[in-house]
Design a protein around this ligand. Structure first.
Ligand code: GN1
Ligand code: MG
Length: 367
């Protein structure tokens, strides 16, 4: 994760005034940067006794911010009902409406801001430090998927069409490589070769589609640091609901695996530090199986190790595509960072491929 930029909490006076009016903030409200997100801007707002999380939606990435907010409202309302009925045992994010009762404040015509109550005493982890943490994360994200299974899929729109679509991501990479708009392809030849090797994973993916892989409402950004934990490493709340939309459970499991199996985070540049820890995979698969309960079909269960390769490859392709395009999507702190991230993900993918069979053998059967 990049070093925080010095003025990361800076708000121009007009924005500050607009936010204060929208949510009735006092002149003493203090803003500090929060988290390591690569897309949205996130600030903690401390105002008297209130501690709230303020986010500016990246509308270059989320082209339909009204749909994002509608999905967030539908999903949090549904989770709240599941919790009240005793079927979901985690905290649910609480959107703080503006004084005018809107889910977001739109400043200067196109700057979308929204606010959540801060979940008290919560912390995040960028890497898993024990298998128990991976087990707990698997349970939390699994319970989230299970709770959303009772929500009518028509209620949730596709905020970013083809977001995790492996074929579309591969095509976008090949287009970026051919265009080479930033003149970086020659120096990235090794990584591009690794990316072209994704064609093999794509064949497996197409077979899964032919086998009618179930389509559900999924989170689509199940990185370890999108789950809040308490001080005793209990999962308490799933966050970052912007990409909740129709998808496959394999996308979610794959993102968990890519963010938990290695002791090194996704932007580590020491490739020797990247490894697949089989006991973490076993714990994660056990936790996800527990959390999902009967939701997980045999086809999904039989492809959890494949899911890790699929999403690690997809995210590697996305970093490399963005590097070739000139860093237009993911936030970077220095030139070449997206190439470093891609190299990291393809190193992880190679380790996952080498261990694919032994990992899948560690997936538990249905309870
Ligand atoms: C982005 O914003 P953040 O950091 O939670 C991205 C994910 C990537 C992730 C890689 C909307 O998530 O898909 O896996 O970076 N989100 C979007 O760190 O593109
Ligand atoms: Mg996110």
């Amino acid at each position: 994760m990049g070093a925080p930029v010095k003025d990361a909490a800076y708000l121009d006076p007009a924005t500050r005034k607009g936010l204060a009016e929208a949510w009735g903030l006092s002149p003493h409200a203090a803003f500090t940067p929060l988290g390591h997100g690569l897309i949205n801007r996130t600030l903690l707002v401390t105002d008297g006794a209130h501690r709230r999380v303020l986010q500016r939606l990246n509308t270059h990435v989320f082209r339909d911010p009204a749909l994002v907010m509608r999905n967030c409202r539908v999903v949090t309302a549904h989770l709240g009902r599941e919790r009240a009925a005793g079927r979901y045992h985690y905290s649910v994010l609480e959107l703080v409406p503006t004084r005018g009762g809107q889910p977001a404040a739109v400043l200067a015509g196109d700057s979308w801001w929204r606010m959540y109550d801060q979940v008290p005493d919560a912390r995040t982890h960028d890497v898993a430090s024990t298998p128990a943490l991976a087990l707990e994360a698997g349970r939390g994200f699994g319970a989230f998927a299970r709770a959303l299974a009772s929500l009518d899929p028509a209620q949730v729109g596709a905020v970013i069409p083809h977001f995790h679509d492996p074929s579309a991501r591969f095509e976008a990479f090949r287009t970026a490589l051919a265009a080479d708009r930033a003149g970086r392809a020659a120096a990235a030849a090794r990584e591009c070769d690794a990316a072209l090797g994704f064609a093999e994973v794509l064949t497996g993916w197409k077979a899964l589609l032919d086998a009618r892989l179930p389509w559900r409402i999924t989170h689509n950004d199940c990185k370890l640091n999108n789950l809040l934990f308490d001080a005793s490493q209990r999962a308490i709340c799933v966050v970052d609901l912007d990409t909740v939309m129709p998808g496959s459970l394999l996308f979610d499991f794959g993102d968990m695996a890519r963010s938990m199996l290695s002791p090194a985070p996704e932007d580590a540049t020491d490739l020797d530090a990247i490894a697949v820890r089989p006991e973490y995979f076993a714990a994660l698969a056990q936790g996800y199986s527990d959390g999902c309960g009967t939701l997980l079909t045999p086809l999904e269960r039989d492809h959890l190790a494949f899911a890790a390769r699929l999403i690690t490859g997809v995210v590697g392709l996305r970093f490399l595509t963005d590097h070739l395009d000139g860093d237009r999507y993911f936030r970077v702190t220095h030139a070449g960072q997206n190439l470093e991230r891609a190299r990291n993900q393809f190193t992880l993918l190679a380790a996952l491929t080498a261990q694919a069979e032994s990992l899948q053998a560690r997936v538990p059967g249905p309870a």
